[in-house]
Design a protein around this ligand. Sequence first.
Ligand SMILES: Nc1ncnc2c1ncn2[C@@H]1O[C@H](COP(=O)(O)OP(=O)(O)OP(=O)(O)O)[C@@H](O)[C@H]1O
Length: 611
Amino acid sequence: MEITRKDDEEEEEELEFEDMGLDPRLLRAVSKRGLSKPTPIQLKAIPLILEGKDVIARAKTGSGKTLAYLLPLLQKYMTDQRGVASGPSAMVLVPTRELCQQVYSELTTLLGYCGGGWKAIQLTSSMSSSSMRSLISSGPDIVVSTPACVATCITNNLLRSSTLQGSLSTLVLDEADLLLSFGYEDDIRSLAPHVPRKCQCLLMSATSSADVEKLKKLVLHNPVTLTLIEAESKEEDGIIPDSVQQFLISCKSEDKLLHILALLHLGLVQKKVLIFVNTIDTGFRLKLFLEQFGIRSAVLNAQLPQNSRVHILQEFNIGLFDYLIATDDGNSGENDGKRLYNAQQQGKKDVQKSNGKRKSGKQADSEFGVVRGIDFKNVQTVVNFDMPKTPSNYVHRIGRTGRARSTGTSISLVSSEEQCDFDKIQASLYGDNDIGNKKTMRILPFPLLTKEAIESLRYRAEDVARGVTKVAIKEARAKELRLEILNSEKLKAHFEDHPTDLELLKHDKVLSKRQPLPHLKCVPEYMRDPNTEAASKALKLSRAAMGQPSGFRRKRKPRAEDPLRSFSVNPKRRKLEKNGVNSTLWSRAKAKKTGEKVRDKRKKKKHRRHK
Ligand SMILES: Nc1ncnc2c1ncn2[C@@H]1O[C@H](COP(=O)(O)OP(=O)(O)OP(=O)(O)O)[C@@H](O)[C@H]1O
């Protein structure tokens, strides 16, 4: 059965979670999560899933698909008698560890609000066999994992086929359009015979593809296909929310750094900003370049240890920094990434045939994926510094903004070499006729940046860009990796005990050996273009009108402004500090007056103890 729904079916818009027959504990959880009304996909999918049907749900990015399956899944638990089943009753399979963590955390939050003794675990390939064994033997009701990891658990007898046959009642394949292109076909094939016939299977996806069809045949039985698209739009259109304004800037590839500098430095984009690049080196190049202008950013990439990646995502989501540079789904150009990227290029056909089984690449994590499904919070702008190669990648990148009915902007920097890819993406999303037709074109030229504004920054940008050499990039990458590996294990242990200490470890630290020059941090009056300046002011005003005065960043006050840190009981010192003299200068001034030698604090302490 196939159901295609347009968003203008207004009678349904009025329905509340309360009207959907959900358990009161789930209603309480939903209200504690601060959700007032179900999204269209939740409205349609939840009743069908509650009826026990196999469902293929396809809806645009950020439309709330995760809760669309988690809520009915939990409802099943609350109403079903589990009996003596010794294995998990539900399994949620996702393509990446990041998603695993995200779904697991959503699930445990819901379970926490619901009360009751249900237990969820997450299993990822980075875990040791003994950790997996102990988690599985703790008797979880729900397992969140990747197909490769579950297949390994079955092969190693950590999860027994007979147990699954007796216990498994729901299987969810989330981000189904990505599972096969990530090379999980063998794993899913090997898992399929262990899924009991009575098990309800759900398949969630943002785009439709041949892969989804393949998966459908592999695991689903007579499913209901649910497609939610925008009113008055073609099916392909619906996958990017209308609340996202899409722009492009055509420029030479060597001018991309200059253009991104202009966008960020002149305040022409709203924060927070997620910048996509195609390789890790480009990511570090961009970071080092921006650093010199006092623009701090973090680079999220497949080489970082898992804990660091999760931590960067958490920090960005709570607003500790505004600019995140990311490489997307194995698109980082190295090791497994290359294999997967090539696979995507070839129409995602022959991943297993040409490469055999998935490798657990040491350097670049093959289960890494920033783009698909990750719920970045409050991203106002997505920038494609490099163009993605496929329409599907484009959709998923842009889908990181404009989530859950919010607004957003995307800006793609398109060089002449990338024009062909861009045209293909645009044609695939909006049809061939739209190329060159400005009236109907959905991806419009970015209007706020004038030529004059760009040219005024050219000299500085080119000068700084020359200093970001290959050697500097290599060193910065190595330094970052060293630091993060050191931090990774400590992080895991520490933040489990002290979740509020997230602020202590900043991921947007300066990596460059060259200290940023203070004069580059601002754009002097004579370099400013009045038109761009006016656009920037208008953006700031609109941001203020929306109640976001300066982005979402939480800043620690400088010492002098923080009364708890700078207060002194000595009135003379207080006066000096009020005039901007800091404590070291104060000690020096005092020492000079009394003729005493200035000792550093440690020496002073030692001296006192000695006395
Ligand atoms: N009913 C709701 N009302 C408001 N916000 C919601 C609702 N349901 C979910 N959300 C929020 O919407 C955001 C996006 O949800 P989710 O990640 O499930 O989207 P998705 O459809 O899976 O996106 P993608 O295709 O990119 O994976 C999340 O922050 C989630 O908390």
